[in-house]
Design a protein around this ligand. Structure first.
Ligand SMILES: [Zn+2]
Length: 371
């Protein structure tokens, strides 16, 4: 259905009282909605990539809707237990954030805290100790910043042709070339950071400011500890944001990730697939690591019959309207969605280090490989 038509239909259904009927139904009471968020913008990231970054004001509005609608926001682990025992309160949901970016610490959590809602962060841990921006993302962002320009002489970037930054397609091609060349040259993290600094310089952007802003960086261990001390629940998302296809390597990702989170308190037992990509064997490997649940980026509400290692979520973003968000809270959104499963892109080579399906995740995986 075309988006404006769908939105109009949702407004009609809400006015007709259908939202309320569904949200108060027994069907909804037996289901858990798991909300999924990525970045909360601190500057203009939501303009650059609205599918990944949400303006803090939009997050505030979302949480206001939860409060006004008297939704029962549960701690994730408790919510899963109560789902299994058939003991969920009406209109129940859990809030999750993927990756654990610095923006969660600086922009996301301060808003959530105002409402007192419990929140789970699926934290990838390796990158947190490297206080530099994720290479692919910062390159893409810098080129977007220069989107009215043509760089006539990009020799210092290792490129020969003039770079036209005026269209999204050409910018994406340039980022791709920078990333592939950097990988082919086996650049270290430090060298990639230097290259990103050169990109910034060629666009007259201060890279020092980019670094000190902590944009595209992850939370470090002391920031995680600070949030854990006030109740933020940290769970597993692999150490290097990748899911190797070889069991030993896959399980090592879980073990390293868990070890890094150990200092925060309780042992992490819930997992979220990086990039939402899963394979049948992953659930067995996770169980061997004493993991009890895994969330995907597939759309839906979880029920008692859901596979606990393939739990669906609602991936919220700036691109979603308020009425669409509300439809998902009631449960109605699950009935109206067209594409339920997230794209599953499996790497060509078995045992490959990572599987990626979007810029953030590709960036995280690439960053880790080169450290
Ligand atoms: Zn992720």
């Amino acid at each position: 259905m075309l988006i404006p038509v769908r939105r109009a239909a949702l407004h009609l259904l809400r006015s007709a009282g259908v939202f309320r009927l569904v949200s108060e139904s027994k069907w909804r009471e037996n289901r858990l909605l798991i909300l999924c968020y990525h970045g909360i913008s601190r500057y203009d990231e939501h303009v650059w990539r609205p599918s990944l970054y949400m303006h803090p004001e939009v997050l505030l509005q979302r949480l206001e809707i939860l409060k006004q609608g008297q939704y029962n926001v549960l701690r994730f682990g408790e919510a899963l237990q109560r789902l299994q025992t058939g003991d969920l309160p009406p209109r129940s949901l859990a809030i999750t954030f993927d990756d654990g970016g610095y923006d969660f610490y600086a922009a996301g959590f301060p808003i959530i805290k105002r409402f007192g809602f419990p929140v789970t962060v699926y934290q990838t841990t390796y990158y947190g100790d490297y206080q530099e921006p994720i290479f692919n993302l910062v390159c893409s962002y810098l080129l977007w910043k220069g989107r009215d320009r043509i760089l006539q002489n990009p020799k210092e970037l290792g490129l020969t042709e003039p770079l036209d930054l005026r269209t999204e397609t050409s910018r994406a091609q340039i980022v791709r070339k920078l990333v592939l060349d950097a990988d082919a040259s086996n650049l270290t993290g430090v060298q990639k950071n230097d290259l990103a600094a050169t990109v910034a310089k060629s666009l007259d952007i201060s890279y020092d400011e980019i670094i000190s802003s902590r944009i595209f960086q992850l939370m470090n261990s002391s920031e995680r500890a600070e949030l854990a001390a006030v109740g933020v629940d940290f769970q597993l998302h692999t150490h290097r944001h990748r899911t190797p296809l070889e069991e030993g390597l896959f399980r090592k990702e879980v073990q390293d990730n868990r070890r890094s989170l150990q200092q925060l308190g309780e042992t992490a037992i819930h997992f979220c697939y990086p990039s939402g990509i899963y394979r049948p064997e992953f659930s067995t490997w996770l169980q061997r690591e004493n993991v009890v649940s895994a969330t995907t980026c597939d759309s839906g509400l979880a029920s008692k019959r859901s596979n606990p290692f393939l739990l669906p979520r609602f991936v919220d973003s700036s691109a979603r309207s308020g009425v669409e968000f509300e439809a998902w809270l009631t449960g109605l959104g699950a009935w109206m969605t067209l594409r339920k499963a997230a794209p599953q892109i499996v790497p060509a080579a078995a045992g490959s280090a990572s599987q990626v399906n979007d810029a953030v995740h590709s960036a995280l995986a690439n960053q880790a490989r080169r450290k």
